[in-house]
Write a protein that binds this ligand. Structure first.
Ligand SMILES: Cc1cc2nc3c(=O)[nH]c(=O)nc-3n(C[C@H](O)[C@H](O)[C@H](O)COP(=O)(O)O)c2cc1C
Length: 321
């Protein structure tokens, strides 16, 4: 059974990202850096309560992803409990509760970061989930709605309600993704809690990982991995005093890119898998010279063979230059 207190520190975590951190992407990250703890895209507790087949499908994972932590969102304590039981029955190592999503659609229906201003309901949700399952329950949150004044009390409430780990994204809900993530209030929270605290926001290099870790139990990384999954390996290696240089050229990146596409197809079938792969392909070639035409073709690609040929032809032309 996963125990966050004794789990090796610092924890290196892949952030939950809707539309990105699906099973294929999580497997790719784990194949590069085994020690990463992977979180799923958020899934609706209500949908699991209503036995949505599509939502249950989103929770499929490979044992290679362990410790795998699905994230659920909602606002009804009983539904959280039931959803967590589904997650547990599927064999996940833990369950994470979303109290940080700032998207208008989510907040307007009192889900996600709206819970930051409803400490009583948030506490009921945590308690109901903890009571329903044996696996550890964690919470992911932001600094607050518009400032960090209530953060410490909220974090203490999470601990008192039974959460065994919290992750804090160093922005307020109002900020969305503007400005820089502020880690100062997160370091302060860590001083007052017994459970592990993970920081999150804007980590995009090995240097920044080490500079921001401070007194925290770990850091969670999201966006920077999208076009640079090798970052996780760079950080993992640096934690054991070793060095890994990410591939600098598209030629060097190609085996990992194609592996990602193969995993996508394995998980979602070729049609859907390649459709969902398009955004990643566009990200992988970003920054290459004379790439405009290639990108335009990659974002409408339909098959693996087509993507492989486009990338290899591009590299062939580069080699001739
Ligand atoms: C496309 C996208 C989808 C996201 N989906 C989720 C989600 O489902 N649940 C969640 O808690 N946070 C979600 N986030 C927030 C990230 O987990 C993370 O907190 C945020 O991106 C800051 O970390 P970063 O600077 O390392 O990306 C999402 C972020 C992005 C960019």
């Amino acid at each position: 059974m996963l125990d966050w207190k004794s789990f090796p520190k610092p924890i290196l975590a892949l952030a939950p990202m809707a539309g990105y951190t699906d099973s294929a992407y999580r497997q790719l990250i784990k194949s590069l850096a085994r020690s990463v703890v992977v979180f799923s895209e958020f899934v609706s507790a209500d949908a699991l309560h209503y036995k949505s087949v599509k939502t249950k499908e989103m929770l499929k994972f490979s044992e290679k992803e362990q410790p795998f932590i699905p994230q659920i969102f909602g606002k009804r304590p009983a539904h959280f409990g039931e959803a967590a039981q589904v997650v547990e029955s599927l064999g996940a190592a833990g369950v994470d509760l979303n109290m940080g999503c700032p998207a208008r659609k989510v907040v307007n229906s009192d889900h996600g970061s709206a819970l930051l201003k409803n400490s009583k309901l948030a506490s009921e949700i945590i308690e109901a989930t903890v009571k329903a399952v044996k696996i550890p329950v964690s919470v992911k949150m932001r600094l607050g709605i518009s400032d960090a004044k209530g953060l410490l009390d909220f974090a203490k409430m999470c601990e008192a309600s039974g959460a065994s780990l919290i992750t804090i994204h160093g922005r307020t809900a109002k900020q969305m993704y503007l400005g820089e993530a502020d880690y100062t209030p997160i370091y302060e929270v860590k001083k007052h809690l017994k459970i592990p605290v993970i920081g999150n926001g804007d980590i995009d290099s090995v240097e920044k990982f080490h500079a921001k870790l401070g007194n925290l139990d770990g850091l969670m990384i999201g966006r920077a991995t999208m076009s640079n999954p090798w970052l996780m390996k760079e950080i993992e290696k640096s934690l054991t005093g070793k060095r890994f240089r990410k591939p600098e050229t598209l030629k060097g990146k190609l085996p990992t890119i194609l592996k990602h596409a193969k995993l996508m197809i394995e998980v979602k079938g070729e049609r859907r898998g390649m459709m969902e792969m398009r955004k990643f392909l566009a990200g992988y070639v970003r920054g290459e010279a004379d790439v405009k035409q290639l990108r335009q073709k990659l974002v409408v690609v339909e098959t693996y063979k087509e993507a492989e040929k486009l990338l290899k032809d591009f590299l062939g032309k580069l080699a001739k230059k």
